[in-house]
Every structure is written in structure tokens, then in C-alpha cells.
Design a protein around this ligand. Structure first.
Ligand code: ADP
Ligand code: MN
Ligand code: MN
Ligand code: MN
Length: 334
């Protein structure tokens, strides 16, 4: 017998990469082989040298097709065997190896917006819905749009073995969040990409699109972020608070390079309003949702735990963000 392996990869679209996938039929007992694709159709090659290589890095039970079928997260390689320039995982893997002894963990809060007929799901055909107020964690047909899709996605992530840790409705109609983690830097990034793919794929069947655009509605509406919660073993142990503060300070020293890599349109989202700090300012504080880095209240009480970087956009690349955070915080640790 045979099974279906859905090979998933990240393309070369600028400024924000897209997910792509295609299906390979494999004999039941077959290992996952490398595979090729036409890079000239994904902004990853020119037509005369179009072959790119898909190298499987992780596989998950396919919750949509069920049975023995698999989802296969891949990284893109050149035919020479070197990582393709669009492959941000290779550098993330090097950094993860270098700082392994600090046992970094991440929990990423992925916000996103359902789109229907070219506007956020739940927005009227003309004008605007009621201002923000009742939508966040709301209940009821007047507040909530797309819950069936969200529930299907949650079940699919659990069935695929993704370390999803929660979901909630967000402050704008049609806007939602799921969290992945805590997991190591590569695992969280691989699984975030796969869970994004599952979301787009499942919403297809409902005739609804998904965007991770950081500012899907102009005006007095929250943007969409990907708050990135981070800890090292030192931060999680008794007396960890001083490492959390040191981590926040280290992130402050490199604020500009982080902002530049936290997703397209980060300046439009980090305005200083809507629970954000301005993109060109840096601050950290306990419970402060207007800071760049928030130390959760419970962490301040326990004097150990983790910090939350509130700056990454929903459209960020988790390989890039986790690599930078590990590098900045761990390289500053004695
Ligand atoms: P918020 O209160 O900001 O909305 P959430 O509950 O949405 O926070 O997300 C917090 C995330 O932080 C979760 O994914 C959780 O698993 C993760 N997390 C918890 N503890 C740690 C830790 N020690 N290190 C890294 N991430 C953590
Ligand atoms: Mn959250
Ligand atoms: Mn949120
Ligand atoms: Mn948060």
C-alpha cells in the first residue's frame, strides 16, 4: 500500500514569504526522500536553472487526510547541497546548536485575521463594525466570526502532535490567536509554520482566507502580532529573575536589528497605541502591555520564568525571530 506525504515549504516571495506544498505518494515502508520543485514559480530560481531541492526536516500525522498520511515540513536547498538563500532555518539551526546548553524555550502567540470578500470576516460590506470592546475572548453571534474554523484548526493541530497551548478571540472582529509552545527554538518555528499551513488549508474549506498581515484594517483597530515568550534554563530556575532582567537589557541594546527583522510593516503596527511601544523606542516592565518587553506579573511574583517580546509582527519568520533572541540574550550571558 501507499500513503500521501504533503511536502510543505517556505517560498521566496518578497517581502513576506508564502507557504507552498505538494503531494508525494510513497510506499508504506518508505523513508521520506528529498524531492524537487520548480523554483522559477516560487521566486526561488530563474527559469534556466529552476530546480530546487526539498529536504524533509520534520513530519507529523496528517490530521486532514488521516490514516498513515503525513505532513512533511521541509527546508529548501540548492542542488549543490547548500541551503537556498531563502532558507532561514539553516542559520537558526547553527545558533540553536551554539547555545544549546542554555536550553532556550519559546511560546509564540500567533495572531491572524480571517478575510472574506476582501475585508475582515465580520466587517459589514460598507463602513465599520462596532468599535473594539466586546470581541476579545467574546461569545455570541454579534461578537464572534469564524469559531468553527478555529475549533477545526485546534483539533487538527492536536491530532498532528503540534505543541499548541491555547486559542482566543482577539480585539478586532474576525481576528484570532493561537499559541505554540513552550518548545525549543527549531521545534517552535517548524511547528508554527505547519500550524499556519493547517490554518490556511482548513479555512479554504469554509471559503474564508487567512492573513497574517500586521495591520489588516486601517484606523483604530489593533494590529496583529506574534508576541514571543522566551526563557533559558537560568531564567526558569530559582533566582532566575536577574537573568530575565539581563535578557531584557540585552534585547534593548540590539533593539534596532531586532525591529528590522520582526516582520514587514512593523513600524505601522508599533505606533505606541493599541497596547504597543513605539518601534523606535525600547522599554521593559512588569505587566506593561505598552512596553517592548513585558515581564508577566506571575513571573515577577515567582522571581523566575520568562519574558515576552511584544514586538514581532504576526507576519514574522519564526526562524529569524527565535535565532535573534537566542543569539542576543545568550551571547550576553556569562
Ligand atoms: P498573554 O498573556 O501574553 O496573552 P499567552 O497565554 O497567550 O500570553 O501566551 C503565553 C505563551 O508563553 C504560551 O505559549 C506559553 O506556553 C508560553 N510560555 C509559558 N512559560 C514559558 C517559558 N518558561 N518559556 C517560554 N515560553 C513560555
Ligand atoms: Mn496571548
Ligand atoms: Mn493577543
Ligand atoms: Mn502576549
Amino acid at each position: 500500500m501507499v500513503y500521501k506525504a504533503e511536502y510543505i515549504w517556505i517560498d521566496g516571495t518578497e517581502p513576506t514569504a508564502k507557504l507552498r506544498s505538494k503531494t508525494k505518494i510513497l510506499p508504506d515502508d518508505a523513508e521520506l526522500p528529498i524531492w524537487g520543485f520548480d523554483g522559477s514559480s516560487t521566486n526561488q530560481a530563474t527559469g534556466d536553472k529552476s530546480d530546487c531541492v526539498l529536504k524533509p526536516i520534520a513530519s507529523y500525522p496528517d490530521p486532514i487526510r488521516g490514516g498513515d498520511n503525513k505532513l512533511v515540513m521541509c527546508e529548501v536547498m540548492l542542488v549543490s547541497g547548500k541551503p537556498h538563500p531563502s532558507n532561514t532555518r539553516a542559520a537558526a539551526a547553527r545558533t540553536a546548536r551554539k547555545y544549546k546548553k542554555h536550553e532556550p524555550l519559546f511560546g509564540i502567540e500567533q495572531e491572524y485575521t480571517f478575510m472574506k470578500d476582501g475585508r475582515p470576516y465580520g466587517f459589514p460590506p460598507a463602513g465599520y463594525p462596532e468599535p473594539q470592546g466586546g470581541y476579545y475572548c467574546g461569545v455570541g453571534e454579534d461578537e464572534i466570526h469564524g469559531r468553527a474554523i478555529v475549533e477545526d484548526h485546534l483539533d487538527a493541530c492536536i491530532a498532528a502532535g503540534i505543541g499548541i497551548s491555547g486559542i482566543n478571540a482577539e480585539v478586532m472582529p474576525g481576528q484570532w490567536e493561537f499559541q505554540v509552545g513552550p518548545l525549543g527554538p527549531l521545534e517552535v518555528a517548524d511547528q508554527l509554520w505547519v500550524s499556519r499551513w493547517l490554518l490556511y488549508r482548513i479555512a479554504e474549506d469554509y471559503g474564508v482566507a487567512v492573513t497574517i498581515d500586521a495591520k489588516p484594517a486601517k484606523g483604530d483597530w489593533n494590529g496583529a502580532g506574534a508576541h514571543t515568550n522566551f526563557s533559558t534554563i537560568e531564567m526558569r530556575e530559582d533566582g532566575g529573575y536577574k537573568y530575565i532582567e539581563a535578557g531584557a537589557k540585552a534585547l534593548g541594546k540590539k533593539a534596532q536589528v531586532h525591529i528590522e527583522n520582526y516582520g514587514v510593516g512593523v513600524e505601522d503596527r508599533l505606533t505606541g497605541a493599541h497596547e504597543t511601544q513605539r518601534f523606535d523606542q525600547f522599554s521593559y516592565g512588569v505587566s506593561d502591555r505598552g512596553a517592548s518587553i513585558r515581564i508577566p506579573w506571575q513571573v515577577a511574583v515567582d522571581k523566575k520564568g520568562y519574558l515576552e517580546d511584544r514586538r514581532p509582527n504576526a507576519n514574522m519568520d519564526p526562524y529569524v525571530v527565535t535565532r535573534l533572541m537566542v543569539d542576543t540574550v545568550c551571547s550576553a550571558m556569562k
